[in-house]
Ligand binder design. Structure first.
Ligand code: DOR
Ligand code: ZN
Length: 334
């Protein structure tokens, strides 16, 4: 906080983002780029970003959508079996490769059916220093247990590939938080919604499609563990919004798509949350410094200033409804 009572964040980073393509990207990418200095862009397009050619085309589209902002997109490839030559060609253009278990979430049909089938490529990634980002859910398990059932895979990978940097994406459970302290090469991202809500908020009263995502929000004690780690700026936990826009007709329907759209509210709400818990001094690390250290990246620096000013979150941005639409929020990016 500076003398004006504003809060200034140096180079805020969103380490898990869905930008989509086309009109949707034109709508959502500038909203992230206005508040953040950079972010990790997920590859689950249709078809997935799984070649150098598609990666470069996608990056071009992103640069054009963000052209009015200082924003460094960090690209990911969709995990499949890659040859050494393919990885060598793409290595300097990506921050990591994102592994999805097949069927675990939106556009993951081409993910892996078993970790065993992924090992040869994972081993090459370790040799080349390419981080592995993982959607850690066992899609066959009971929905509340899917992350917990996946945790032994993380332990196994961490043990067998000790030089591989593994990022457990969007963790939601106490068990996942404790893995951070058990395995040196495990890191994690956590979303805004998983720091704020439980399953009760999604389905405990009237059903809230705009809070439905994968992995689903869990129990109060899980949320408390995540929040405690974030508020204490755990040195291996990074902010990654997993902002996942879907058009309103795909959310407010029978068979609602998974994804919570938080891009335009994530930073102000993080300030509100950390301020509320008297932890504002830890936010800089959680939303920037830790990520820059973990990934050893140097995005173009940018300071983002927030002022205490109450306003109402719009009910829609284009055809997408944000989390907490219509609610008041007391910090604004200026
Ligand atoms: O809820 C989610 N939505 N979870 C994911 O892992 C993917 C995302 C999406 O792409 O919509
Ligand atoms: Zn995601």
């Amino acid at each position: 906080m500076d003398s004006s009572n504003d809060i200034v964040i140096d180079t805020p980073m969103d380490m898990h983002l869905h930008f989509r393509q086309g009109k949707m990207m034109e709508l959502v990418a500038p909203l992230s780029a206005a508040h953040f200095a950079g972010g990790v862009i997920m590859p689950n397009l249709v078809p997935p970003v799984d070649s150098l050619e598609r990666l470069q085309a996608y990056q071009k589209e992103i640069s054009s959508a963000c052209k009015n902002h200082v924003f460094s997109p960090y690209m990911t490839l969709f995990f499949r079996s890659y040859t050494e030559a393919e990885l060598l060609a793409v290595k300097n253009k990506i921050i990591g490769i994102k592994l999805y278990p097949a069927g675990a979430t939106t556009h993951s049909d081409q993910g892996v059916n078993s970790i065993a089938e992924a090992e040869a490529t994972i081993s090459l990634m370790q040799d080349m220093g390419i981080p592995l980002l993982v959607h850690g859910e066992d899609p066959e398990g009971f929905v509340l247990d899917r992350e917990t059932l996946f945790l032994p895979n993380y332990a196994d990978l961490a043990n067998r590939f000790p030089d591989l940097k593994i990022v457990m994406e969007h963790i939601t459970t106490t068990g996942a938080v404790s893995m951070l302290d058990q395995y040196e090469n495990l890191y994690a991202t956590v979303t805004l919604q998983h720091l704020m809500i439980t399953l009760d908020d999604v389905v405990g009263g009237l059903m809230k499609p705009h809070l439905f995502c994968k992995p689903i929000a869990k129990r109060p004690e899980d949320k408390d563990s995540l929040l405690e780690a974030a508020l204490n700026a755990h040195p291996k936990l990074m902010f990654g919004s997993d902002s996942a826009p879907h058009p309103i007709h795909e959310k407010e329907c029978c068979g609602c798509a998974a994804g919570v759209f938080t891009a335009p509210i994530a930073l102000p709400m993080l300030v509100e949350l950390f301020h509320h818990h008297n932890a504002i001094d830890q936010l800089q690390a959680f939303v920037s410094d830790t990520a820059r250290k973990v990934y050893k990246i140097e995005p173009t620096r940018k300071k983002v200033r927030l002022r205490k000013e109450t306003y109402t979150i719009p009910s829609q941005f284009g055809n997408v409804t944000p989390m907490n639409a219509g609610c008041e929020i007391s910090w604004k990016v200026i």
